[in-house]
Design a protein around this ligand. Structure first.
Ligand SMILES: Nc1nc2c(c(=O)[nH]1)N[C@H]1C(S)=C(S)[C@@H](COP(=O)(O)O)O[C@H]1N2
Ligand SMILES: [Mo]
Length: 389
């Protein structure tokens, strides 16, 4: 004996039915076409992000071997990190648009395998959205969250990278089918689809181009005229250089600097007044400040070579690292460490002047660090103590 299953009323049934998507661009082919650009942007962003991370927080065994060359290295890699991250926002939106009808696939779970696949996509989407949004808010210096940006952005990068790899492996058959243009015929897709897809991709390219053109001038200064949307303009700031942390924000006031002395500790410790420092042999270097937030500017710096200060304190050339302490009252970059390659580099200065004039208070008066191929956060301002380690 079988009992007839109870049917829901027609109205309820139509309310429960998932929406139907008739647009033809919500398909695997579009997802592949957009996905390869998104994958490329994520790959560049991930690698440059790792570089930035290990330049800022190297493990002990690496700290004394970080490369101080090329001088523009960090400027390039961090410029790319922020540019590809911004481009990824556009690409991610198009990709999500192409695939979102799958959220309505019914029934939502079909098998263990299907469930796992959907969960992995959920993790991927969450991690990708988190990375581009947290990065965007970071360059705007807006932190509307209770955690600290750097460790969380770093950790989620691994989750994103892992889930992208998993996604590529799971989707490999579809990616292979749709990768090349030639597969069109074999799939028998109607011709108008090709044109629609091409229009979508051209629109996406134009949007990426517009975002890049209006922001990349913050680090790629030949395009600075078009830098309309980036949070920083390379020319806006005192002495021709933007200021991230002002003296006021750091709690450094001109009236406290009267008694300033540079203290250098090591086997032969000493202190120097500003006049004594100025009387030492000075060097002039052209080096960029390259902020982790993506902006960078080339400038001319005058100061005392750090290797000379280290040698005078009895440090071993090429082997001594430094701990640098700022007058700043509090803040994550009050005390920084400099590995031996930087400390020994002839271009690394304790700078006293910027673009031909004494450092302004906002740029770190009386003395600041400037070293080649280093993240801006480590170019410590308002230096007052060097410990030769
Ligand atoms: N003591 C101290 N130095 C610091 C900072 C800081 O917060 N405290 N900020 C750094 C950051 S994030 C950057 S990008 C550079 C910017 O230098 P500028 O303000 O002279 O352009 O200074 C660095 N030096
Ligand atoms: Mo910075």
């Amino acid at each position: 004996m079988t009992s007839r299953p109870r049917r829901p009323s027609p109205r309820l049934a139509s309310a429960l039915r998932p929406p139907r998507f008739t647009g033809r661009l919500h398909d695997a082919r579009t997802a592949t076409a957009v996905g390869r650009w998104l994958g490329l942007a994520f790959a560049v962003c991930f690698v440059t992000g790792l570089l930035s991370h290990y330049l800022q927080q190297p493990p002990d065994w690496l700290a004394d071997h970080l490369p101080a060359r090329p001088t523009w290295g960090y400027r390039l890699t961090q410029g790319l990190h922020v540019a590809t991250g911004l481009a990824a926002i556009v690409l991610l939106l198009v990709k999500l648009w192409a695939v979102y009808p799958r959220l309505f696939v019914w029934p939502p779970v079909r098998s263990v395998r299907h469930t796992l696949e959907r969960l992995s996509v959920a993790v991927l989407v969450a991690a990708a959205v988190f990375q581009v949004l947290s990065g965007l808010l970071n360059i705007a210096e807006w932190y509307p969250w209770p955690f600290s940006f750097v460790p969380v952005h770093f950790a989620v990068a691994w989750i994103a990278a892992g889930s992208v790899l998993l996604h590529i492996v799971v989707k490999a058959p579809e990616i292979r089918t749709h990768w090349s243009r030639r597969s069109t015929g074999t799939l028998g897709l109607p011709a108008e689809d090709v044109h629609d897809r091409r229009s979508l991709l051209i629109g996406m390219g134009a949007a990426v181009g517009a975002v890049t053109l209006t922001t990349v001038g913050q680090s790629f200064t030949p395009l600075k005229t078009f830098d309309l949307l980036a949070p920083r303009h390379p020319d806006h700031g005192t002495q021709g250089l933007p200021v991230n942390r002002t003296a006021a924000a750091a709690g450094v006031a001109a009236r406290d600097l009267g008694a300033w002395r540079l203290e250098v500790t090591g086997p032969r410790p000493y202190t120097l007044t500003l006049d004594a420092l100025r009387a030492l042999p000075l060097a002039r270097v052209r080096l960029p400040i390259a902020c982790v937030e993506g902006w960078s500017v080339l400038a001319e710096w005058d100061g005392v070579r750090v290797r000379d200060l280290v040698a005078r304190a009895g440090g071993r050339p090429g082997h001594s690292a430094l701990r640098v302490t700022s007058l700043e009252v509090s803040g994550s970059y009050r005390v920084t460490e400099m590995g031996a390659t930087y400390a020994d580099d002839p271009l690394t200065l304790l700078a006293l002047a910027l673009n031909g004039r004494t450092l302004s208070l906002d740029h770190g008066f009386p003395a600041r660090m400037i070293a080649p191929n280093r993240p801006g956060v480590l170019q410590t301002k308002w230096v007052h103590r060097l410990e030769v380690l």
